[in-house]
Design a protein around this ligand. Structure first.
Ligand SMILES: Nc1ncnc2c1ncn2[C@@H]1O[C@H](COP(=O)(O)OP(=O)(O)OP(=O)(O)O)[C@@H](O)[C@H]1O
Ligand SMILES: [Mg+2]
Length: 261
């Protein structure tokens, strides 16, 4: 059977990946093999992201994109290899420790607002593991100052929010912990075009003005690669192609497989 993803022959090595993220390394994955239970999903995978850089992961369903985020956050079994943040080995930390001590926040693929809690209560949930609750209130206040859409609905149950506002709330809730790394799974899923643009604008603001490092998974490869500084194409748990976002947009293999061209 011929394989339409027969591009692994030219798979980039770690030196090539490193060149895409030359400065101030924030997140480094060195040769991890990881999965669920005893099943290995990611095979010998490398990944490099610099501070305040954005990386978009694309690839077919089941390739292991979400599993990369899960592995960084601590939801998988890591059989070998290591994950470092700012040069510190975090491979074995729990998700709570990662959120608290190294500032990694994870925005899930599926809707995760609490519909019957108010917008404000949802936001404050983001700081539930903070020792000082006043700090969560301060962060929530900053978010309300910045985003009028949430401010106007502050005391209403989250279920009244539109899809785009809900995604904004999910992102904002992660920000209450003041993370330096945002892991975002499918920011545009289920959103109308005008909300998709809003969500990417917000992520762009967080990267450029607040210097957050972003790793996202995006089914909408065009949007994701237009947004991100660099992109990796994942196929069967391995990096098949990597490049600057713009270069991948004009890469014929990427076009044929992921951009409908
Ligand atoms: N919690 C889990 N337990 C066991 N297997 C899992 C779990 N989550 C994912 N898998 C398996 O791991 C493989 C990779 O899944 P993953 O969710 O990482 O793919 P993906 O690239 O994000 O796909 P999609 O585009 O559909 O979101 C799949 O075969 C999936 O069935
Ligand atoms: Mg996924």
């Amino acid at each position: 059977m011929s394989n339409q993803y027969e591009v692994l022959g030219k798979a980039p090595g770690s030196e090539e990946l490193k060149k895409l993220s030359p400065n101030d390394n924030h997140i480094t994955i060195k040769k991890i093999s990881a999965g669920y239970g005893k099943m290995e999903i990611l095979h010998n995978l490398d990944l490099f992201v610099s501070k305040a850089q954005s990386l978009c992961l694309i690839g077919p369903n089941g390739a292991g994109k979400s599993t990369i985020l899960h592995s960084i956050y601590g939801f998988t079994n890591i059989f070998s290899g290591s994950i470092e943040i700012n040069g510190k080995d975090i491979t074995k930390l729990t998700p709570a420790e990662k959120l608290k001590s190294v500032g990694i926040a994870y925005i899930l693929q599926d809707n995760s607002v609490f519909p019957d809690m108010t917008v404000e209560e949802n936001l404050l949930m983001g700081g539930f593991i903070k020792d000082k609750t006043e700090e969560s209130y301060e962060e929530a206040e900053k978010i309300f100052q910045k985003y009028e859409r949430l401010r106007n609905r502050r005391n209403q149950p989250a279920k009244v929010l539109s899809g785009g506002e809900r995604r904004l709330l999910e992102i904002s809730r992660a920000l209450v912990m003041k993370p330096s790394v945002l892991l975002v799974d499918e920011p545009s899923i289920g959103l109308e075009p005008r909300y998709i643009d809003m969500v990417f604008d917000i992520l762009g603001d967080l990267q450029k003005n607040e210097k957050k490092t972003i790793i996202m998974v995006e089914q909408n490869a065009k949007k994701g690669l237009e947004f991100a500084d660099i992109g990796y194409v994942l196929v069967s748990g391995q990096i098949a192609i990597a490049g600057k976002g713009d270069d991948l947009l004009s890469n014929p293999d990427v076009g044929r497989l992921f951009l409908g061209g």
